[in-house]
Design a protein around this ligand. Structure first.
Ligand SMILES: [Zn+2]
Length: 106
C-alpha cells in the first residue's frame, strides 16, 4: 500500500488497542509519518470495545431470607440499565451449574 501523501510504500503494523481483543492493522509511512488504520480491523476493534462497555459486571452477595430462600439485591445501575422499577415478572433459568440467567418477561 502506498502513502496517499507522499506516495512512498507504507509499513503494515499490527497495533493493540485497549479493551479491544483483536489487534488492529495499521499502515504507517516511514517517510512523512502518515498513519492510518485498515478500515475493516478498526471497525472490529470498535465493536469489541462497545461490547465490553455494554457488559455490566457487578460482584455482590446472595442474601439469606426466611424459609430457606435466598435473595439478591438488584443494584441501582443494573435496574437503571434494564429500566426496572420493581414488580416486573422474570424467568429464571439455570443453563449450567455456575450460572443463572434472569430474563425479563415482555
Ligand atoms: Zn508518506
Amino acid at each position: 500500500m502506498k502513502c496517499p501523501k507522499c506516495n512512498k510504500s507504507m509499513k503494515k503494523i499490527k497495533v493493540t488497542i485497549q479493551d479491544a481483543k483483536s489487534p488492529v492493522t495499521s499502515f504507517q509511512c516511514g517517510s512523512c509519518g502518515y498513519f492510518d488504520f485498515e478500515e475493516k480491523s478498526i471497525h472490529k476493534a470498535i465493536n469489541e470495545i462497545k461490547e465490553k462497555e455494554m457488559t455490566l459486571k457487578i460482584k455482590q452477595k446472595i442474601i439469606k431470607l426466611s424459609h430457606g430462600r435466598l435473595g439478591m439485591y438488584i443494584n441501582r445501575d443494573v435496574a437503571r440499565s434494564l429500566k426496572l422499577k420493581g414488580g416486573e415478572e422474570v424467568y429464571v433459568s439455570v443453563p449450567d451449574k455456575k450460572c443463572f440467567v434472569v430474563n425479563l418477561v415482555k
